[in-house]
Structure formats: structure tokens, C-alpha cells
Design a protein around this ligand. Structure first.
Ligand SMILES: Cc1ncc(COP(=O)(O)O)c(C=O)c1O
Length: 365
């Protein structure tokens, strides 16, 4: 009955709800630094738009997300037909996989990296070629070496989840000069708005608009604080966007998500405030982890930090959990000795530092 392509897949294992963890462990406060969410809620204008759109929840959403799609096209100065919306960037990854991959086709990605690239390919009977990172960063030359005649998609996770590392503009320029014509590169910039490194390229401006075959991903889940609503997008050539539109379910983009995303686009000041808060908080998380001698992935640029703890990270995860701090052990990303810690508020980062100190002093040496 069940398709053989699913045999090795396991259902997504959700973390327990915060309230449940709190109740089970009897801790007064739980700090969740596990899912690379922003620590702040939706933008004020998005909250107002949500209240208003709640009145119309008896209606089906606009299946074409016309207003949001038009606003994104205008913002990026691309054609309306070049913007693909999805239920999160993850929804776009799902759709581009469905739109391109036949059984036996291949995708290439770095590893450890974002698991959806591999899982969505596997669901379709396609094969993922996982290319080891080099010094915690995508090795773009090795990625190109892994491309074969059946490769349809190459994922460049930029910055990479779970390591938080980026490639330079020169490295990406070289990659795009060399990548074969038959490949669609998916340049995943889910954390784009957090990054202020001048050597970090804007994939839409620098690769898509210069004619490269690329789908650039962005999301409202991170700095915009809308992870719970599920809305993201990609920019690509019109035929790719049309194909994504063919496989996306008609009403996947709910009305509240569309309204909140649209309302979020106007507030450059709040965006800047969050970018700065994140940069400061990231230093706090780096310091808290470095204190314990973990090997950190160098120069993290997004809202999370990766640490190799030198052994299976599950016991440390459990110890931190009992102290009310939830981090992400990175077994599912292909890094069983790692933890990934999202940047919280200053207060939450201090709770992390305190819990780490307690967990480590209690650990048998
Ligand atoms: C690299 C990367 N891509 C895509 C996503 C998916 O984000 P969303 O589906 O919430 O837009 C994430 C989420 O953590 C991510 O880390």
C-alpha cells in the first residue's frame, strides 16, 4: 500500500509544546532556542492586519496571493510572474521538488544542512548527493564535482543551517560561472535580512537578475516573526514559478499569512532594530558556548550558532532541557555531536549561559 520511496523516512518529530515541558519538569520558565525563530513577535503593522483579517476567516484565501505577490515583485524589481509564494520557504522547497524531480533524478546539497532538501527528494524517489562541509561551510567546488547528468537541483544553503556559516561573494560568483546549464540552483537565503556582512551577496540582485538559472528563497518566518503563519517565497524565471504554481495546493497560503506578510514589508526601522539586537545577542550566545570549550562553527552570520560538543549531544540537550532551556541537537541534520542554539533576547541568552554552566558543572568528567 505504502510507496517504497517512503520506507526510510521517519515522520517529523515535533518538540513538545513549551507548556508541556514546563509541566513535566516542574520548571517555572522555559526558554526555547531550538527552532531559529526570532525572539520577537510579528511587526506591529502585521498584528493590526491580523486583527482585521480575522473578521473574514469565513472566506477562502486569495489562492493567487495577488497583493502580496505584486508587492514582492515591486520590492525586488522583478516581474510578478517571477515570484513564487509558498507555505514558508519550506513550502517552496516542497513544490520545486515536486515540479522537477522524477524517480532516479538527483539533487546535490551540502551536509550537514537543511533536511528538507533531502527528505523532499526522497519522497519522490529521487536521490540526494550529500557533499560534506569543509570547515563547517559549503564546499562549492565539491558540490559542482557531485553534479551529474541526472542532477536537477543543487541546493546552496546560504547561510547554512545548522552551522550558520556563509560563502563569500567571490566563491558564489565562481560557482555560478561553472554550474552546468541543466541544473537549477536553489539559493536558500532564509536568513537574508539578518546579515550585514558586505561580502554576503543578494542572490536576487546578483545572480537571478544577471541571468543565472537560480531560485532564490526568502521567508517571513525569521526576522519578521511570522513562523507560525507559514509564508515564504522564491524568485526565479517565470517557467519555474509557473511549475511551482502547478503543484502548490490552491489554498495553501492562508489569508492571515498573506495579510501579515504584506503589512510587514513597510517597516525598515523595526527590521534594522531586530538585525542589531540579533547581532548583539549572537555575541552573547557565542560567548556562552565558547566558555565551555566547544568547537564553534566560525563566523556565524544568522540568528543561530552551531557548537560541536565533542560527543553525542543528546545528554547535554537533556540536561539543558531539565534546566528549562531547549536547544536543538543536530542528529537530524547529520551532525550527532552538535547542538544548534538560536539567538534569543538578552535575558534568554543569559538563561542559556546559566543553564550551560550548571549542566557542565554537574556532568561527569
Ligand atoms: C535554511 C532554511 N531554509 C528554509 C527554512 C524554512 O523556513 P520556513 O518554511 O519557515 O519559511 C528554514 C527554517 O528553519 C531554514 O533554516
Amino acid at each position: 500500500m505504502i510507496r517504497s520511496a517512503l520506507a526510510d523516512l521517519v515522520p517529523y518529530e515535533p518538540g513538545k509544546p513549551i507548556e508541556e515541558v514546563q509541566r513535566e519538569l516542574g520548571v517555572a520558565r522555559v526558554v526555547k532556542l531550538a527552532s531559529n525563530e526570532g525572539p520577537f513577535g510579528p511587526f506591529p503593522a502585521a498584528l493590526a492586519a491580523l486583527a482585521e483579517s480575522a473578521q473574514q476567516l469565513n472566506r477562502y484565501p486569495d489562492g493567487g496571493a495577488y497583493r502580496l505577490r505584486a508587492a514582492l515583485a515591486e520590492r525586488h524589481r522583478v516581474a510578478f510572474e517571477e515570484v513564487a509564494l509558498g507555505a514558508g520557504a519550506d513550502g517552496v522547497i516542497d513544490c520545486v521538488s515536486q515540479a522537477t524531480l522524477d524517480p532516479g533524478d538527483e539533487v546535490v546539497c551540502g551536509w550537514p544542512s537543511f533536511p528538507s532538501y533531502v527528505i523532499d527528494a526522497a519522497k519522490l524517489g529521487a536521490v540526494a548527493r550529500k557533499v560534506p562541509l569543509r570547515d563547517h561551510r559549503y564546499d562549492l567546488d565539491a558540490l559542482l564535482d557531485a553534479v551529474g547528468p541526472r542532477t536537477k537541483l543543487v541546493y546552496v544553503c546560504h547561510p547554512n543551517n545548522p552551522t550558520g556559516t556563509m560563502n563569500t561573494r567571490a566563491e558564489l560568483d565562481r560557482y555560478f560561472e561553472r554550474v552546468p546549464e541543466h541544473v537549477l540552483t536553489v539559493l536558500d537565503q532564509a536568513y537574508f535580512e539578518y546579515i550585514d556582512d558586505p561580502d554576503y551577496p543578494d542572490g536576487i540582485e546578483e545572480y537571478f537578475k544577471r541571468g543565472h538559472r537560480v531560485l532564490v528563497l526568502r521567508t517571513f518566518s525569521k526576522i519578521y516573526g511570522l513562523a507560525g503563519l507559514r509564508i515564504g517565497y522564491g524568485v526565479a524565471a517565470a517557467p519555474v514559478v509557473t511549475a511551482i504554481g502547478k503543484v502548490r495546493r490552491a489554498f495553501d497560503l492562508n489569508q492571515q499569512a498573506q495579510a501579515a506578510a504584506l503589512a510587514s514589508l513597510g517597516d525598515a526601522q523595526e527590521l534594522e532594530r531586530r538585525r542589531r539586537a540579533n547581532a548583539e545577542g549572537r555575541e552573547e550566545v557565542v560567548a556562552a558556548l565558547a566558555e565551555h570549550g566547544f568547537e564553534l562553527a566560525p563566523d556565524p552570520v544568522a540568528n543561530f550558532v552551531f557548537a560541536d560538543v565533542g560527543e553525542d549531544s543528546r545528554p547535554l540537550f537533556d540536561a539543558l532541557l531539565r534546566l528549562g532551556v531547549i536547544v536543538r541537537p543536530t542528529h537530524g541534520f547529520g551532525a550527532p555531536d552538535g547542538i544548534r542554539v538560536s539567538v534569543g533576547t538578552s535575558d534568554e541568552n543569559a538563561a542559556l549561559a546559566a543553564a550551560l554552566a550548571r549542566a557542565r558543572s554537574a556532568a561527569p568528567s
